[in-house]
Design a protein around this ligand. Structure first.
Ligand SMILES: [Zn+2]
Length: 301
């Protein structure tokens, strides 16, 4: 089963696009290998609104967001998770609108160890961000005539939530499920076990459209999420196969299963393999056996 990624996307930087009834999308111009064409912020509501994921610290993006709001009352700033590409604009947006900031309590893991020379993605976390109120799974509020409900979906980040708008139908899926790419799941804050369970959480729902934190919509969500699950299971099988063949370190496994990978992405691939190995270790399928002073090493259980 191949994963059907969709990279068609017209970001329309600087102006708002109607993404679904009552939902405007504004894409920031912070494109890059992990952000695609930039972070999507959403303005949700009719006569009053909530803003989901303010995005990066960028004056033009702030202006575009306020123009999408168009003088309506901003009742809340909601965060899918606290990666800086989603949160850096929070202080300026809070100052401009007076709206409270709501996110899930960041049960982030402590600063992680550097893995085989790979950069830790901890730098992406906005650890200093202060919330005005906490979101928890099932939290629901009404903004400008639309109900928004938080659904805990940890995995990409420990504090990740998705937002269902108007019951089951449209889901703001953050960085958990995106049409253009699989999600980065990088320990210690990211967890493969949590990510897979969060895919199952979404499969139990009947939403018809996902609006992700980067890139365009996911139009057939349940088939796509099943594809994501199958993709990770295939990768897990490939890792187990490499361990059986005698590979022990992340570098060996990455070299074998990501042939021809862009050297800039080797670190991220190593973290993804580590996420799988940690999950397999928790399930008793592999053992961690680091040689003294040597790199992280694993063997079949
Ligand atoms: Zn993220």
């Amino acid at each position: 089963m191949s994963l059907d990624l969709d990279r068609h996307f017209e970001p329309a930087h600087g102006r708002s696009v109607c993404a679904a009834p009552g939902i405007l999308r504004v894409t920031a111009a912070n494109g890059g290998p992990f952000t695609f064409h930039g972070t999507n912020s959403y303005v949700v509501g009719e006569d009053a609104v909530a803003i989901v994921d303010p995005g990066p610290e960028d004056a033009a993006h702030l202006e575009a967001l306020l123009s999408a709001v168009g003088g309506r009352r901003v009742e809340a700033i909601l965060l899918t998770h606290t990666h800086r590409d989603h949160t850096a604009l929070v202080p300026r947006l809070r100052a401009a609108t007076g709206a409270p900031v709501l996110g899930a309590r960041a049960f982030h893991a402590p600063q992680g160890e550097i893995v085989d020379g790979a950069p830790s993605l901890d730098a992406a976390l906005d650890r200093g961000l202060v919330f005005d109120a906490e979101l928890s799974d099932g939290w629901t509020a009404r903004f400008g005539g639309l109900d928004i409900c938080a659904i805990a979906t940890p995995g990409h980040a420990a504090d990740h939530v998705a937002f269902a708008v108007g019951g089951e139908g449209v889901l703001l899926s953050g960085d958990h499920v995106m049409a253009w790419s699989t999600s980065v799941v990088a320990p210690p804050d990211g967890s493969m076990q949590a990510y897979m369970a969060s895919l199952d959480t979404l499969l139990a729902r009947s939403d018809s459209l996902y609006l992700p934190g980067h890139g365009g919509p996911v139009r057939r969500p349940s088939a796509f999420v099943r594809g994501l699950r199958a993709h990770r299971r295939m990768r897990e099988a490939a890792i187990l196969e490499r361990l059986s063949a005698g590979d022990r370190t992340l570098a060996q496994i990455v070299a074998a299963i990501y042939r021809g990978l862009d050297p800039n992405l080797v670190g991220a691939a190593g973290l993804s393999v580590l996420a799988h190995l940690s999950d397999l270790e928790a399930r008793g399928r592999v053992l961690r056996r680091d040689p003294p002073g040597g790199p992280l090493s694993f063997e079949p259980a």
